[in-house]
Design a protein around this ligand. Structure first.
Ligand code: WT7
Length: 653
């Protein structure tokens, strides 16, 4: 928690919505008050109202919340529906010709897809999946570039009850293989490649490499042709997307599934062990997606919503592939990097497609801010009426830049706190009502019971005192379990407070107005460019290198990425002279990039003869963190068996 006067002053700046925005917003003060009142008076009744109002049910539910097996909660359990039906078919009566997706490739190719076309393409591809033997409950891995086909593949799985797991195209073959095997997936849907940063991302090559290492559950691979460069196809296993859909009907009856039927798995890092397959439900998840698209993003019929996240992350699930479609909106998809052909690309896309709602991460905002105002000022950004951020706390400087240079001091900024596990925004302003403060995600949404508690689970009432961020009541869009590991679900999310509260893993404080300020993680999880990485994952990758004996990884602040990775490495054999070996450092960085993905490459590597450990053998992370951050050392170093190690760790020997 910061106690310096400057930040206290900044915290007090309050930005109420303009009258113009408030007048047109979906949720006005009276609606807001009514929502909160209903949620306070009858919590489950409130969610039942929303579920009836916002979703189309094949079989209505009679039971709202089943908490008999807490923390394994069920919502709307005896109801049946189909997610793809709710995103597509139900809009055909009044929106068949409305644009559902505006796509722009990195090379400038543009495609607009109407609700009717999207329904046809999803149905046709769903039939292709069935023809390849995919059935309800089967797991399908999607490893695709950011093209409409990624969304089509996801929606097609949902249509037939198959459980998808999207793997971010920036992840390596090794990461892909681990996820395929953990999910015991039957199929991979990939592409020859994608365009990013002026280069081709070799998705098929990575997928082949993953499968070569042994993925016994995989029966077939569907390959979408995007880049049209030469790639090998394996007979009997690989089939082109365009061949798979050939002759398939554009009619495909949705498979009605139970509300709790798993819609998808999405792998995310934890502090220990391999990534967890976060399992989401069908109805509860979709409800979270649709309500937050309407409440937080104020998504209306004439809006063009661009969430810049890749579908490989939860943000791309909820605010690209499902939520905007469930709400009948228009979503923008951009394939490539923000810097091609220059760093004005985002703003050019906003101008060209008249984007009205723009949602991105603080790391992108900071990177673009560094390049100055000239680029954004070259474009007409007057279509934008709402801005959003997600992934990490946004620093006030970046917030103000976003507000002035992009929002022209006209647009509310919704700073949305949530997680892969929560499925949808949890703490965020409703923009026509809640005044914002730079750096705060403001207050919990109606129906979301968030709090900050002390070690004993008592609510902290003192303003600005830090504690654990918890959710004290179950909510529809929450994860249902960790795929294949119920115990890990219980141990990770319900370990404290008698298992009564969901533990988010973040620390936070509430100010005098009850606004939430996220302070950081309570575990060994890094947040690099708004994405979670377990320190242990990076450490495991390092020790998998033949020359590495031991490794410890910590984060330190980085002005664009939020957090950067500092690795302390003990080599097998001799420590390099003076602790410097540029060639090896480069090799280890690339190695980690291959093992996990470029995002996980350590920014700095320092070699020492040993790692500092406590008497019980635990690595002294606080010490390593102090050193990486150039801070004063607060740990007791008297137990270090060799004081020289300290100098080595500090880069002084
Ligand atoms: C973690 C979740 C949810 C999609 C993006 C990341 C941090 C997320 C905010 C915010 C401060 C934030 C938290 C959280 N985080 N949004 N608005 N302000 N911190 O998803 O990979 O599941 O990471 O990101 O630490 O626990 P994720």
């Amino acid at each position: 928690m910061s106690s310096n006067i400057d930040s206290v002053l900044i915290e007090d700046r309050l930005f109420p919505p303009t009258e113009e925005f408030a007048a047109k917003a979906r949720i006005k003060q009276a609606d807001f008050d009514a929502l909160h009142k209903r949620a306070d008076e009858d919590y489950t009744g409130f969610w039942a109202d929303q579920a009836r109002d916002m979703l189309d049910w094949h079989k209505p539910f009679s039971e709202v919340l089943d908490d008999s097996r807490a923390p394994h909660f069920k919502w709307f359990a005896d109801g049946q529906l189909n997610v793809s039906y709710n995103c597509l078919d139900r809009h055909l009566a009044d929106r068949a010709d409305k644009t559902a997706i505006i796509f722009e490739g990195e090379q400038g190719d543009v495609r607009k897809i109407s609700y009717q076309q999207l329904t046809d393409e999803v149905s046709q591809f769903a039939n292709a999946l069935k023809a390849q033997g995919i059935e309800s409950g089967d797991r399908v891995i999607i490893y695709m570039p950011m093209t409409p086909e990624a969304v089509i593949a996801m929606q097609a799985c949902a249509r037939i009850g198959a459980i998808h797991s999207v793997v971010f195209g920036g992840f390596s073959a090794e990461s892909l293989r681990d996820r395929i095997n953990d999910a015991a997936a039957k199929m991979v849907i990939t592409a020859d490649g994608g365009h990013r940063g002026g280069k081709i991302v070799e998705l098929k090559a990575a997928s082949d490499k993953a499968l070569d290492h042994g993925c016994p559950s995989i029966e077939s691979v569907i390959v979408y042709q995007r880049t049209k460069h030469d790639i090998p196809m394996q007979d009997g296993r690989d089939i082109w997307w365009h061949d798979a859909i050939k002759g398939q009907s554009t009619q495909c009856d949705p498979v009605w599934v139970d509300a709790e039927h798993p819609l998808f798995l999405l792998y995310t890092s934890g502090s220990t062990g391999k990534p967890k397959g976060i399992q989401h439900s069908s109805a509860g998840y979709l409800l979270g997606a649709i309500v937050t698209n309407k409440w937080v993003f104020d998504l209306q019929d004439d809006d063009v919503f661009w969430c810049t996240a890749d579908v490989g992350w939860i943000t791309g699930h909820t605010y690209v592939a499902y939520g905007p479609l469930a709400a009948g909106g228009t979503a923008v998809i951009y394939e490539g990097a923000p810097t091609v052909p220059d760093a004005g690309r985002f703003w050019k896309i906003c101008e060209d497609h008249k984007v009205s709602i723009f949602y991105t991460a603080p790391t992108a905002i900071r990177a673009l801010m560094k390049l100055g105002d000239d680029l954004p000022n070259q474009y007409d950004l007057s279509s934008i009426r709402l801005l959003g951020t997600v992934g990490e706390p946004i620093n006030p400087e970046a917030w103000i830049w976003y507000h002035k240079t992009i929002g022209k001091e006209r647009c509310p900024i919704v700073d949305t706190w949530w997680q892969t596990e929560t499925g949808a925004n949890m703490i965020a302003p409703i923009p026509g009502v809640v005044a914002t403060k730079p750096g705060s995600c403001t207050i919990p949404l109606p129906g979301i019971a968030a709090d900050v508690v002390d070690e004993d689970g008592n609510s902290i009432t003192e303003a600005n005192k830090g504690g654990y961020l918890v959710i004290t009541k179950p909510f529809p869009s929450m994860l249902r379990t960790v795929w294949g590991d119920e115990q890990r679900y219980v141990d990770t999310y319900w370990p404290k407070f008698g298992g009564k509260y969901y533990l988010a893993g973040d620390s936070a404080r509430k100010d005098k107005d009850g606004y939430f300020w996220i302070m950081g993680r309570i575990d060994d999880v890094l947040n690099v460019s708004g994405h979670r990485l377990g320190t242990m994952e990076v450490e495991s990758a390092l020790v998998a290198h033949e020359r590495v004996a031991e490794a410890a990884v910590v984060g330190y602040p980085h002005d664009v990425k939020g957090e950067a990775i500092f690795a302390y490495v003990v080599l097998k054999g001799k420590r390099p002279e003076g602790g410097v070996d540029e060639a090896l450092t480069q090799e280890l960085r690339n190695w980690v990039g291959e093992q996990i993905g470029p995002i996980a490459k350590p920014d700095q590597i320092r070699y020492s003869d040993n790692l500092p450990k406590t008497r019980s053998g635990k690595i002294m992370r606080r010490l390593l963190r102090n050193i990486a951050r150039g801070e004063e050392i607060t740990s007791d170093t008297s137990t270090l068996e060799n004081e020289d190690i300290l100098l080595q760790l500090q880069g002084k020997a």
